[in-house]
Design a protein around this ligand. Structure first.
Ligand SMILES: *Cc1c(COP(=O)(O)O)cnc(C)c1O
Length: 322
């Protein structure tokens, strides 16, 4: 980051940002990429270029876009969201067909659908490639654009042993985070066709996201793509060990099938989530509430197998005392 070659990215003259965008577009096999401040901004731009004011977007009822992006699609884009309840975040083709509005003056037009992969609130579940293809084909065959919220798309690809390009091929636009598991301090990428990325750039400017010598951050993003992708498998292995250990502890209800990547979510009995997190924190273990009913543990770079054992010891102690 200290040695990054810089220029003014608003003029498209920051060589480090340009390199990052080229590398990202190539890795996902898309025409173009745009460096943005956050996953939230990437998703918002992805929705804004796929749906217009008054149109509708189909999204999972537990998706980040619907639950955790401050209503941006509605506030900024005038886009209405049609939430759909799914099993594990995997939207079935029939559910999409059912959610698409018939042509009728009473209804908003369905313009786009978004899939979240991996699915955060469902516990880091990765879409099977066949399911993602089927859902995407269903939408596209009806003229509906597909945006993938791939905040953790590399975790998803590793979990199903696919090339990330195969996942990206199911989307018109896709966002992924350079932060989170890939370890960069900030930044996300939106990929898609030239025309949509050009349109997204205009929206990014309007939102105040056109930044100048931002190659400082892009350098960290390049490092992340070069060095941090393959090692995500270690986070998955650590999450698996953690989950198997937690499942043995009395008072914890954990469905092991959900643990496919770096997230471990579970319910607890006998203590509130806030109380549980508090007791853990007192003993040096930090986590957060994944939802109102579940605790969410995350494994990441810097957390090793030994840390997993310490975490299990802490949780045993906390749950043993309730
Ligand atoms: C974190 C996250 C985002 C948003 O990313 P930020 O960089 O925090 O804005 C979007 N989607 C999912 C599934 C996420 O987990």
């Amino acid at each position: 980051m200290a040695n990054a070659e810089l220029g003014d990215d608003v003029f498209g003259e920051d060589p480090t940002v340009n390199r990052l965008q080229d590398v990202a577009a190539e890795m996902l096999d898309k025409e173009a990429a745009l460096f943005v401040s956050s996953g939230t901004m990437g998703n918002l731009l992805g929705l804004l270029v796929n749906a217009r004011s008054g149109e509708e977007l189909i999204a999972d009822a537990d998706s980040h876009v619907f639950m955790a992006e401050a209503g941006g699609a509605a506030a900024i884009g005038g886009i209405q969201i049609m939430p759909v309840r799914t099993e594990g975040g995997i939207m079935e083709p029939e559910q999409i067909a059912h959610a698409i509005r018939p042509e009728d003056q009473h209804y908003p037009r369905t313009a786009a659908v978004t899939f979240e992969d991996t699915h955060n609130r469902h516990g880091g579940i990765a879409w099977p490639l066949t399911a993602l293809r089927a859902a995407s084909d269903q939408a596209r065959s009806r003229g509906i654009a597909v945006h993938i919220d791939g905040a953790r798309i590399f975790n998803a690809a590793i979990a199903i042993r696919a090339d990330v390009k195969e996942l990206a091929a199911c989307a018109d636009t896709l966002t992924f985070c350079l932060s989170k598991g890939l370890g960069a301090p900030a930044g996300s990428i939106l990929v898609g066709p030239h025309a949509k990325i050009a349109e997204a750039k205009r929206w990014r400017k309007m939102l105040g996201g056109g930044m100048r010598q931002i190659g400082v951050l892009a350098a960290a993003g390049l490092y992340a793509l070069d060095h941090m992708v393959d090692r995500l498998a270690e986070d998955h292995a650590n999450a698996r060990t953690l989950a198997e250990g937690l499942a043995e502890i009395k008072g914890i209800k954990l469905e092991l099938w959900r643990v496919q990547t770096n997230l471990v979510t579970f319910e607890i009995n006998g203590i509130s989530i806030a109380g549980f997190l508090d007791e853990c924190q007192k003993r040096g273990l930090r986590a957060d509430a994944g939802s109102r009913t579940r605790v969410r543990f995350v494994t990441r770079y810097g957390i090793d197998a030994e840390d997993v054992q310490s975490a299990l010891k802490v949780v045993s102690e906390v749950m043993g005392a309730v």
